[in-house]
Design a protein around this ligand. Sequence first.
Ligand code: PRP
Length: 181
Amino acid sequence: MPDQLDVLIDNATITRRVAELARAIEEDHSDVTVVLIGILKGSFHFLSDLSRHLRIDSEVDFLQASSYGNSRESSGVVQIRKDIDIDITGRHVVLVEDIVDTGTTINHLRDLFAVRAPASIRVAALLSKPSAHRVETLIDYVGFEIPNVFVVGYGLDDAERFRNLPYIAVVRNSERSESSA
Ligand code: PRP
């Protein structure tokens, strides 16, 4: 049976919330240039929309991390496939994530960047699944807290499918398990 998609968060709701997150980031970085670091691949829509809402000076870079591959279960091992180009020493950094699921990826990346001595490091996540967190996870800007269901769209994939959807959806009627990002 083909996968069915149930819309969980529509595009208009995402757009409104992303604008609110941009206001919160502006308040915390009113007199500095913020370095937005998008965590690929999943964050590409979120970073794009968030950066266009910001009314402060910003720079953009990308890091590619992967711990799921084509699985719906985290491997628990975060692979860095592409590092950033910008030197973040003394800079004000915001890591931009599509989703914090177990918390493994974002905690690993916070530690990775902290040793590079930025002036500050904060995390913006469009989605968070509090009931799925396996480690204590600090997220400074959260778009939406969602239940522990498998979601796709707005950058999030199921074995690379559905990243293009402009909304967040729950996949139904799939034969695969529904436990993770
Ligand atoms: C996803 C997502 C986050 C991470 C969250 O990345 O984009 O980076 O998993 O899961 P966690 O909190 O359990 O670590 P994924 O490894 O699927 O790579 P992708 O963004 O390229 O799809």
